[in-house]
Write a protein that binds this ligand. Structure first.
Ligand code: ATP
Length: 333
């Protein structure tokens, strides 16, 4: 895969004083390795849930963290909010380097886990009081959002549906007006209307400026219109990272009539090829896309196509040939 990087300037004096500052970064993760105790048998080596992971979340953008089940997304997110210690690497959140054993959510950040875990007898009202006691909390906004979604304020959380629980946790996070919102699979339990409304609410948050969202999701439908940056991880490592629009220009979706050689998967320029019926599809780097046989169709891939072919390439290669692709962040070109 091709690699495009921001232009390098060798010394500060050589840099034009405008145009060289990269956009500020809300989260920077470098060579992060997280080991979790293996429960399978006594004395077994710990499981490396995240391995030398690198990723960058620019301020003012929505970044999606995607990957297969068990790829390490939740583990990575939990290190960023101080809920999980790590073995090696560096995690910087909102300008502060986190200590590997830190257990506090960084100031200015809000996190919504995939399965919010509140005491069963708490109500939304009780939860709001708890939040309001420690952080600025917009009670009016919280109540309005819950009532718009039909989530009762006085029902114990143990009796809410799983989707209502997610809406409660999202409403509490948004009422804290976070600078950085980290969401672990926020769409997973939402009905289509609640999903659409959440997308609108997140867009409204971004419109306030200087806000950042990092979310993990398997729901890639329409993501090209919602997400600015994409980080794909496989087996705990980054296999693709970049600005969505830049990636969709650098990596094209190729479709062509099936050829005998496709069965052997021998064309090294095809990334994550798959054959369905009479058609082979794959990603191909734009630099490799000249001189293709007649009948080949090239187009910009949807985010879901970028991700699935990339994960297929990572799976087929043992993650070696699907080298990380890093493209300039928006505003850094
Ligand atoms: P999904 O998309 O299915 O939610 P994920 O990308 O969020 O997956 P993680 O939950 O981060 O994946 O899990 C990464 C790896 O760590 C998996 O192999 C998982 O089995 C393992 N793992 C997760 N939690 C623990 C734990 N508490 N102890 C040991 N291993 C764990």
């Amino acid at each position: 895969m091709s690699t495009a990087r921001p232009e390098q300037h060798d010394s500060p004096e050589n840099r034009p004083w405008t145009d060289v500052r990269e956009p500020p970064v809300a989260v920077r993760v470098e060579e992060l390795t997280v080991e979790l105790p293996s429960q399978e048998r006594p004395y077994a080596a710990p499981l490396q849930a995240v391995r030398e992971l690198d990723l960058t979340v620019p301020t003012g953008q929505i970044t999606a963290l995607v990957g297969a089940n068990g790829a390490g997304k939740t583990t990575a997110l939990r290190t960023m909010i101080g809920a999980l210690p790590w073995s090696r690497g560096k995690v910087e959140v909102l300008g502060t380097e986190m200590g590997a054993a830190r257990v506090a959510v960084p100031e200015g950040a809000s996190f919504v886990p995939d399965s919010p875990d509140y005491p069963d007898r708490w109500t939304a009202r009780r939860l709001a009081r708890a939040h309001g006691a420690t952080t600025p909390f917009d009670q009016g906004r919280f109540d309005a959002r819950l009532s718009a979604h039909g989530v009762p304020l006085d029902r114990p959380v143990g009796r809410l549906s799983r989707g209502q629980l997610t809406l409660l946790a999202l409403s509490a996070a948004l009422a804290r007006d976070p600078r950085l919102l980290i969401l672990d699979e926020p769409f997973a339990r939402l009905d289509p209307l609640a999903r659409t409304e959440l997308v609108d609410e997140l867009r409204d948050l971004m419109a306030l400026g200087d806000r950042t969202i990092l979310l993990s999701t398997h729901d890639l439908e329409g993501m090209e219109r919602f997400v600015d940056r994409l980080v794909v991880i496989a087996d705990g490592r980054t296999v693709l990272e970049g600005d969505v629009e830049a990636l969709r220009e650098e990596l094209l979706l190729l479709e062509r009539p099936r050829q005998a050689s496709d069965e052997r998967d021998t064309d090294p320029s095809l990334i994550g090829p798959t054959t369905s019926g009479d058609t082979t599809s794959a990603l191909i780097a734009v630099d490799d896309a000249a001189g293709l046989p007649p009948g080949t169709v090239l187009r910009r891939p949807a985010v879901s196509e970028l991700v699935t072919h990339c994960l297929r390439a990572a799976g087929a290669s043992g993650h070696e040939t699907a080298a990380p692709v890093t493209t300039p962040r928006r505003g850094a070109e």
